[in-house]
Design a protein around this ligand. Structure first.
Ligand code: LLP
Length: 381
């Protein structure tokens, strides 16, 4: 990735930089592989930077939202309401009402009490809510335990065995229309076998429901495709080809059934970097520390998930040494990388923490009364 380093020099750090050329290439690759019955909803939770959203809207994608706030952001950004799906185990009444009034495509419903509330509120507003049921497929994904969602022990979704009962219940409700089934097994998944396992579970469930005379029009397999955090320059665009092909090959859709995806990380992670300046290089008793002006408040993934992000020194590529790269926050988990080999680094150097476009800026906080990081894109320079 090319960084406009000279242009960075006058700016207050830290900030996010989004390479919108890479984003457009990523979106073009998705479009190239999108079959007529595919519908891609961008999982907005990954990044709601307005300039990034503009590119995604322009590419014609729909949106996957998990809160009323996200629905508002998407409507403001120009996502068509009828391409918005709304998931989440705990939807507040105002959020349901907002979605009903906007006329979203589907609520991804996660429990019977939620279904009853949606039916009730839809009745009050004289609407019929389209709903899909989120099913907990009890499929493990080989990823961090904080971001697996499809196991029986997780809070998400409705058990497979309860599906017929729940669909029958919805049929008796006057203000909901059941249109589909929704799944999501986790995030940062790189092994296609996990998606194969999901496809097989969906086939099994569809066979069972079919025997009982139930076929729904929409299957939503969620998101979860991972990115190469180790080699962002080698693999800037995730392997969408294998991902889509896996579902094409293993998922048995019924006639006319539409297939929905909710991709977040794979669309935006690689195009974003957190740009920071080195405040100090400190020689401790046992190791050297590179102390950045960015901290866990700007990018929490390493502290929260032990996540690895590749780090580049944009100002100097010569020599090498080993450093702990840390932030200024008063928490010992405020560490971006330990014993990390990088060029000789000194005060004032610009640092890029890579693959930070997804779950970076959006998860930033103001802990320690810090400013939220700003976000710039290629077009700003
Ligand atoms: N659909 C549902 C229902 C989800 O819960 C998620 C992510 C997605 C789609 C999008 O998944 P993706 O394509 O981005 O993997 N903050 C964590 C990731 C949390 C993911 C939550 N759900 C991280 O920084 O790794």
């Amino acid at each position: 990735m090319n960084f406009p380093l000279q242009k960075f020099k006058g700016l207050q750090t830290p900030f996010y930089y989004y390479d919108t050329e890479l984003l457009d290439k990523t979106l073009a690759e998705i479009k190239r592989l999108t079959l007529p019955h595919f519908h891609i909803h961008y999982a907005v939770k990954a990044c709601t930077n307005p300039k990034v959203l503009q590119h995604i809207v322009q590419a014609g994608l729909g949106a996957d939202c998990v809160s009323g706030g996200e629905i508002k952001v998407c409507l403001d950004a120009g996502f068509p309401a009828d391409k918005i799906v709304f998931a989440g185990v705990g939807k507040s009444d105002w959020e349901i009402e907002l979605a009903l009034n906007a006329g979203i495509f589907s609520f991804n419903v996660e429990s019977i009490p939620e279904l009853e509330v949606i039916n009730h509120l839809a009745h009050d507003h004289n609407k019929v809510a389209k709903v899909s049921f989120r099913i907990n497929p009890d499929v493990g994904a080989h990823t961090h335990s904080n971001i697996t969602t499809g196991l029986a022990e997780n809070k998400f979704g409705i058990a497979m065995n309860d599906m017929e009962k729940v669909i029958r219940l919805s049929e008796q409700m006057s203000n909901v229309e059941c249109i589909g089934l929704h799944f999501h097994i986790g995030s940062q998944i790189l092994e296609m076998d996990d998606f194969v396992a999901l496809a097989h579970r969906i086939n099994e469930l569809q066979d069972n429901l079919h025997r009982k005379g139930i076929t729904l029009s929409h299957i939503n397999v969620g998101g979860g495709l991972g990115v190469d955090y180790d080699n962002p320059d080698l693999n800037p665009i995730p392997n969408f080809k294998d991902y889509f092909a896996t579902f094409e090959q293993h998922l048995q859709l019924r006639d006319g059934q539409q297939l929905h995806f909710e991709l977040g990380r794979s669309i935006v992670a690689q195009c974003g970097s957190l740009i920071s300046k080195v405040l100090y290089v400190k020689e401790g008793a046992a190791k050297k520390f590179v102390i950045l002006d960015a901290g866990m408040t700007d990018l929490i993934r390493p502290a929260l998930y032990d996540a690895f992000h590749h780090i580049d020194n944009l100002s100097n590529q010569d020599g090498k040494d080993r450093y702990d790269v840390v932030g200024p926050i008063c928490e010992s988990s405020d560490v971006f990388a330990r014993d990390y080999q990088m060029p000789i680094t000194k005060r004032g150097d610009f640092i890029a923490i890579r693959s930070a476009g997804a779950y970076g800026e959006i998860m930033a906080s103001q802990y320690n009364c810090r400013n939220l990081p700003l976000g710039y894109t290629t077009e700003d320079f």
